[in-house]
Design a protein around this ligand. Sequence first.
Ligand SMILES: Cc1cc2nc3c(=O)[nH]c(=O)nc-3n(C[C@H](O)[C@H](O)[C@H](O)COP(=O)(O)OP(=O)(O)OC[C@H]3O[C@@H](n4cnc5c(N)ncnc54)[C@H](O)[C@@H]3O)c2cc1C
Length: 274
Amino acid sequence: MAGKNALIVFAHQEKTSFNSALKDAAVESLKKTGWDVTVSDLYEMKFNAVLSRDDIIGNPKNPNHFNYAFETMEALEEGRLSKDIIAEQNKLRSADLVIFQFPLYWLGMPAIMKGWLERVFTQGFAYTLQNIYDNGLFKNKKALLSLTTGGSSTMYSPQGINGDINVMLWPLQNGILHFCGFQVLSPQIFWSPEGSSNKARTKMIELWKARLENISQEDPIHFVPTAMFDMSAKGGFQLKKEVQKSNTNEHYGLSVGQHLGKGIPPNNQYRSEK
Ligand SMILES: Cc1cc2nc3c(=O)[nH]c(=O)nc-3n(C[C@H](O)[C@H](O)[C@H](O)COP(=O)(O)OP(=O)(O)OC[C@H]3O[C@@H](n4cnc5c(N)ncnc54)[C@H](O)[C@@H]3O)c2cc1C
């Protein structure tokens, strides 16, 4: 990794929470190994997670029909984006690694973090219609989801009652992070801290710190390369015919999303050995 600037986007209301301890552990571990660390503590900042016309300064280009993606793209170019969005975008610009620390809420991230993504990842800043996936604007940055769950790991196995964790991770890791070009590192999942002993939780924090000490050396998880798709409207942005054909005799599809009607490759979004 070229630079050593880390941004931790943190979402938990409670300073005595396990998530808060994980955030503090990450700051400590990264700083120890020479990283500059910035934290966006979203609840502490009372970050406004709701998209509105107030996100641009001045008059909209079309006041009769406010198209958020278009209006914020124009405002970005003209320096008319709301100050709180610009402040977060500046933090992202200088970040080489972005860690999202959050408790799993309804199989996703807390609304305040989703709202941060919706408002900060504006068109023209986080993506353009030409710059997506392997060609995404954040292709020189790494990102990592660090999350806690209420449920156990077995509940999130392919046989478990909540369903395969890989399916849950796909929209966040592929749909948001990889879409914007990030190299996505294997997520750090803390299974059911509330159902664990204090000793087990302390161990979880130690392992997290140890992982972060060597995070620069980690390779990202694999996504199907954009070159394998026919990136034309005519081709429907689908896997090239020859790629589909070459998978005919395989037991599994290519990914959680590109499963080709077959089984999802095990641990496609998550390296269980981590
Ligand atoms: C709205 C909502 C939706 C939810 N949806 C889901 C869902 O879809 N799926 C799911 O699985 N779960 C879900 N949950 C559960 C949620 O994911 C867990 O409650 C959360 O992940 C636990 O993390 P925490 O930081 O809040 O834990 P905490 O309750 O803050 O901490 C757990 C324990 O760790 C202790 N602790 C704190 N600091 C330390 C430390 N330094 N060392 C050791 N121990 C420490 C605390 O004292 C506590 O005993 C949901 C919860 C809510 C509120």
